[in-house]
Ligand binder design. Structure first.
Ligand code: NAD
Length: 485
């Protein structure tokens, strides 16, 4: 089988009710290869009529899908996993082309994304209820878990496959029908996956995919339809806040996976090489374009200089290039705007006293690149200590005590991931308990796993995705029946 993606096939239309169709009005969105700045393809720019057709399709399919036997739903989800795995190389290349990430990262994403189907295929047949006696002995209590209804799923560009499957797989396992609105920078992967769902046997209307340049009005219209009962969003905290306000008008259940500002803490007693390996993963997966990316690296004084030297050596060895070039370690950023933001944050940190150890420049080449960069002495009031960098910049600061670093780690509105490296597991667990984050990597630079609950505290979000029951629970409502017999 060829591993080259058929780009035009991925751009053949909106996917509504099992059909591929142009947008009403015929407008399109250009999808740009961030390595070359060239247009890869154009996808339809959906209108309010298209959004309404997607809701109609999801509503039409809802009854049949919720009544499909869990075993049958499970088998379809399992088939999605198998087809994604068979076509992993094609999907990884496609992700590299539209998102820019290095092939190694794209392959990792496809495996992670496919796993949500396998995991939820296994969970689909294990949804159970509860049965008990009221404390007063007067009656019995039955709790049944039912699909919540039509779900609007909105996803970002940084994981075009995984952020979609992390929502679609549990929603389908729970018996819901969905409308996916992927990011307009990376819609091709979402459409390639829709073709796979269709081939796997997902019935028409169960998954609908629409792309648009006007997400605000379209999502507002979808949320205003009383048949839509769930909004599951992954993206920035700013857009999340706006969507929560919109959803509140209709009291719609919301799951929010928002921005992060992960601290990466290295204590003196850490294994230096393990900490460096972990830092490279936590910082450089997707060239730093990850919500879980290490955004602030705090290193204790005794190990600080050796850590900085080791990190700079590793960062300087990274090869910049197009993601789909097999030799590339660090691909381009998603847009010029993203590069400009990184440049602004670096300039601000330097102005406030940070030192550039390596990198710190926009390379003079075509594409949206930024050099892998290490900064030291980054002050806590630098903009990058409170904003997501979302790029290959590692800001290091020195600390002395456990209490000091915990206070600095928690000095943010975010609370998604945090990383702790120490040779003392007791200390690691103690610090993990005090750091305000939904997920902790303790001597590990990677936390994501479909079998574990992914999500944040504070302004990093509401709810959890993945995990034994958490992911599916987001797409179900508990119905309580009181009875006596
Ligand atoms: P974004 O918030 O700009 O966009 C996310 C999605 O929302 C896109 O599909 C976009 O088209 C859509 N959108 C934008 N404005 C909208 C509006 N007014 N109404 C409805 N939808 C709208 O985020 P992004 O730049 O695509 O992604 C990067 C952000 O996502 C970062 O903040 C990152 O931390 C976060 N993220 C979080 C997680 C997580 O699991 N917590 C995972 C990946 C990314």
């Amino acid at each position: 089988m060829t591993t080259a993606p058929d780009i035009q096939a991925c751009a053949k239309g909106l996917y509504i009710n099992g059909q591929w169709r142009p947008a009403q009005g015929g407008k399109v969105i250009d999808v740009v290869d961030p390595s070359t700045e060239m247009v890869l393809a154009s996808v339809p720019d959906a209108t309010l009529e298209d959004a309404s057709a997607a809701v109609e399709a999801a509503a039409l399919a809802a009854e049949g899908w919720r009544n499909t036997a869990p075993r049958k739903r499970s088998e379809i989800l399992r088939r999605c996993f198998e087809l994604m795995t068979e076509r992993a190389e094609m999907l990884a290349t496609l992700i590299s082309m539209e998102n820019g990430k290095a092939l190694r990262d794209a392959r990792g994403e496809v495996a992670y994304a496919a796993e949500f189907f396998r995991w939820n295929a296994e969970e689909a047949v294990r949804i159970t209820g509860e049965f008990g006696t009221a404390p007063a002995g007067t009656n019995r209590i039955i709790v049944d878990y039912q699909p919540i209804g039509i779900c609007l799923l909105i996803t970002p560009w940084n994981f075009p496959a995984a952020m979609a499957t992390r929502k679609i797989a549990p929603a389908l396992a729970a018996g819901c029908t969905v409308i996916l609105k992927p990011a307009s920078e990376t819609p091709l992967t979402a459409f390639a996956l829709a073709a796979i769902y269709e081939e796997a046997g997902v019935p028409p209307g169960v998954v609908n995919v629409i792309t648009t340049t006007t997400p605000g009005p379209l999502t507002a219209a979808i949320l205003a339809d009383p048949r839509v009962r769930k909004l599951s969003f992954t993206g920035s905290t700013g857009v999340g806040r706006a969507l929560l306000a919109e959803a509140s008008k209709h009291v719609i259940s919301c799951a929010m996976e928002l921005g992060g500002n992960a601290p990466f803490i290295v204590f003196d007693d850490a294994d230096l090489n393990a900490a460096l390996d972990g830092a490279m993963i936590a910082k450089m997966r997707n060239a730093g374009e990850a919500c879980t990316a290490a955004n602030r690296i705090y290193v204790q004084s005794g190990i600080h200089d050796a850590f900085v030297a080791g990190l700079a050596g590793r960062m300087q060895a990274l090869k910049i290039g197009a993601g789909y070039d097999a030799a590339t370690d660090c691909g381009p950023m998603i847009t010029k705007k993203a590069v400009d933001k990184i440049d602004r944050l670096v300039a601000d940190a330097v102005k406030r006293g940070a030192q550039i150890i390596c990198g710190g420049q926009i390379p003079n080449q075509r594409g949206f690149f930024y050099q892998p960069t290490v900064l030291t002495e980054v002050p806590q009031d630098a903009d990058m200590a409170s904003e997501e960098i979302f790029g290959p910049v590692a800001p290091v600061s020195r600390f002395e005590t456990e209490d000091e670093v915990i206070a600095r780690a928690n000095d943010t509105e975010y609370g998604l991931a945090a990383y702790i490296y120490t040779g003392d597991v007791g200390r690691g667990l103690r610090v993990a308990g005090r750091v305000e984050a939904g997920m902790i990597g303790l001597n590990r630079g990677l936390v994501s796993d479909p079998a574990a609950p992914f999500g944040g505290v504070k302004q990093s979000g509401l709810g959890r995705e993945g995990g034994q029951h958490h992911g599916i629970a987001e797409f179900m409502e508990a119905k309580y029946i009181a009875t006596s017999f």
